[in-house]
Design a protein around this ligand. Structure first.
Ligand code: PLP
Length: 405
């Protein structure tokens, strides 16, 4: 994939630097007042202040744009900032968002609490049923949102079916694709209008930094949205992207720092290599654990026995990322397994170069009530593994010895 290594910017570095340097600066100097006016009003492209745009960050965005073929890309300082920025742009008081209760903990809380306090309703429904999603949409729906593989449930929805429902209703299909990198999963081929990525995961190159990306494919016009329809058209940008970039991103101040953009540009260059190794190991471990007597069930949609297998194979190919979940016989056994790991680290996060184990119910969802966890299908017996770059035999041996205790 040659776009990953492309240098989108002209080679005007005074020292001929091969990598894009880190422009660690807050502001940029101008020769005249007229030049300042042109840059500040957007008549001439240029950098004015790093909360608005920065050359190192723009270089990273341009790389992502080339790899995805998107119309526009905007980087943020975390995945949550990319999610909140997107929905603050799309939603309005009196409007609603249609999504699944199977969401990353902070994303769920953002919809259920933060957006709610601004008068936005969130309608939780079964996203594996396009008709259930269709029944939840009405004239005040601002967007339909889902994660392409939910965690820890490992559920897969039919994106093309959801996209057809969304296009018929004139609402955008927004997908969090964090669990499979855009180097391997082409969200726009399945009708996703706006893609959101926590680049903290694969793209950071091994947990080097927090980051988030909004990828706009330009397929949602926004003309019917009362929030977007009245903003001035901007060339080469959807109404959504114009508002996100010109208003929400600047006002929230959730910009990606230049050193993060530098690290994540390097991380992007090796993402395909890391993804291929870790997802292959992940699938092999999931297959082996299915045979283990201490394991009650394994959830990984690339397993032939998984209920989402054929849909997952159609959408994601041979692998479904480097994360899987499995169930022990009890919460106590799940804790004992985690306590006895030697090689695999006890930590949150996904797609570090090291393998990580976590008990989602007591950590990511630990402050939720038991009733909320039950409604979200977050079980006390479930363990989540994010598979890293270690040797597969070493990983299996560590898992087997921890299960034996
Ligand atoms: N989306 C998913 C699927 C996640 O797993 C996470 C974090 O774990 C996020 C979004 C939030 O990303 P960040 O931690 O970069 O804010």
């Amino acid at each position: 994939m040659r776009e990953i290594l492309d240098t989108p910017f002209p080679k005007n570095d005074p020292y001929g630097s091969l990598a894009m340097p880190i422009y660690h600066t807050a502001a940029y100097e101008f020769g005249t007042a007229a030049e300042m006016e042109d840059a500040f009003t957007g008549k001439v492209a240029g950098f004015v202040y790093s909360r608005i745009a920065n050359p190192t960050v723009a270089h990273f965005e341009e790389r992502v744009k080339r790899v995805t073929g998107a119309q526009n890309v905007l980087a943020f300082n975390s995945g949550m900032a990319a999610i909140s920025g997107t929905f603050i742009t799309l939603a309005y008081s009196g409007g609603n968002i249609v999504t699944s209760p199977h969401l990353f903990g902070n994303t769920y809380s953002f919809f259920a609490s933060t957006l709610k306090s601004f008068g936005v309703e969130t309608r939780f429904c079964d996203m594996t049923s396009a008709s259930a999603a269709a029944a939840s949409i009405d004239k005040n729906t601002c967007a339909v949102f889902l994660e392409i593989i939910t965690n820890p449930q490992m559920e897969v929805a039919d994106l093309k079916a959801l996209s057809a429902v969304c296009r018929a209703a004139g609402v955008p299909l927004v997908a969090d694709t964090t669990v499979i990198p855009f180097t391997h999963f082409k969200a726009s081929d399945f009708g996703v209008d706006i893609e959101i990525v926590s680049s903290t995961k694969y793209i950071s190159g091994g947990a080097t930094s927090l980051g988030g990306i909004v990828i706009d494919y330009g397929t949602y016009s926004g003309e019917k949205s009362p929030k977007l329809a009245n903003i001035p058209e901007s060339e080469g940008c959807t109404l959504f992207f114009t508002r996100l970039q010109r208003e929400v991103h600047r006002n929230l101040g959730a910009f990606m720092p230049p050193e993060t953009a530098y690290l994540q540009t390097l991380g992007l260059e090796t993402t395909p290599l890391r993804y291929e190794k870790t997802s292959r190991s992940c699938k092999a471990l999931a297959e082996r654990l299915q045979q283990h007597p201490a394991v009650i069930s394994v959830q990984y949609p690339a397993l032939r026995t998984d209920k989402f297998y054929s849909l997952a194979a159609q959408q994601f190919g041979e692998f479904c990322g480097s994360m899987f979940t499995f169930d022990a016989a009890s919460r106590e056994k799940a804790f004992a397994f985690i306590d006895n790991l030697h090689l695999i680290r006890r930590a949150t996060n996904l797609f570090d170069n090291r393998s990580l184990a976590i008990h989602p119910a007591s950590t990511i969802f630990g402050t939720f009530t038991p009733e909320m966890r039950a409604a979200m299908d977050v079980k006390d017996t479930t363990i989540r593994l994010s598979v890293g770059l270690e040797d597969i035999e070493d990983l299996y041996n560590d898992i087997a010895q921890a299960l034996a205790k």
